[in-house]
Design a binder for this molecule. Sequence first.
Ligand code: MN3
Length: 273
Amino acid sequence: MDTHAEPTAVVPQDSSLHPAINRREALTALSALGLGALASSALAQAPQQGGMAAGGRGHLTPEMLGWDPAAKQYVLPKLKYPYDALEPHIDAQTMEIHHSKHHQGYVNGLNKAMAELDKIRRGEGDKSLIKHWSREVAFHGGGHVNHSLFWLCMAPEGWGGKNPSLDLASHISRDFGSFEAFIEHFAAAAGAVEGSGWAWLMYDFVSGRLIITQMEKQQNLSMTGAAPLLGIDVWEHAYYLKYQNKRADYVKAWFNVVNWAMVDELFALARGL
Ligand code: MN3
C-alpha cells in the first residue's frame, strides 16, 4: 500500500447508501454511544463548520451508530451492505450470525441494564445490584459501540478506497513511521489479544496522536479520552466458521474490506473538522 497515494474513495452509485445527515443528531448518537469525547470535540467546532453535510461529509446517522432518537433506545444498526458483500474475506454466515445474533444481544443487554438502573433510581429496584447492572452497561455498552463502528469501518472491496486519505495517511506516517509499520503493528496487536477482544486505531485527544490499543472482551483495557477510528473484532465468533484457529489469516484478509473513507470521516470528526 502506498502511503502517499491519492485518496481513492469510491462513492457507491446508490445515493441511499449515503443518506443526508443532521449533524446534531449524529453528535447525539455519538454521545449516546459513549463516544462523548468524539462528540464534544466535533460539537466544539460546529458553529464554524455549518454542518457536515455542507462540508461534503456526513455519512453518519444516529441509526447507523445504533441509536433511535425517537425511542431514545439503543438499536441494532442496519448494515449498509448485504451479509454476503464482504465475501470472500468475511463469509456471509459469519456476518449474519455476528450482526443479527451477537450484536443484537449486546443491544438487548445494554437497554435492559439501563432500564434496571433507571428503576433503581426511581426507588423500584434493588440498590445492591447497582454494581451488577453497571458491569452489564460496561460490557454490553462496549459491545454495542464496538460493533456499531466495526460494521461502518468495513465495506465491500473498492467502496471505501484502498488507502486512507492523504491527511490520515500523513498522520499515520508521522505517528507510526510508515503505513507499512502501522499495518504490521496493528496486525500484531490484533493477533496477540489474549482470548476475546479487539485491536483499535484511536486518536488520543491529549497527545494529538494516533495510537494502537488492544481491548480485552468488549471494554477491558480500553482507554478513555481517545476516539476509536478503526477496530477489528478478534473474538472467535468474528472468524471461526471460515478461518478456525487461523486468526492471522483473518486479520490479513480483513484489511481488504476496511472502509478507509469512513475511517477518514471518524478521524475528521474526532478533530472537529
Ligand atoms: Mn463481535
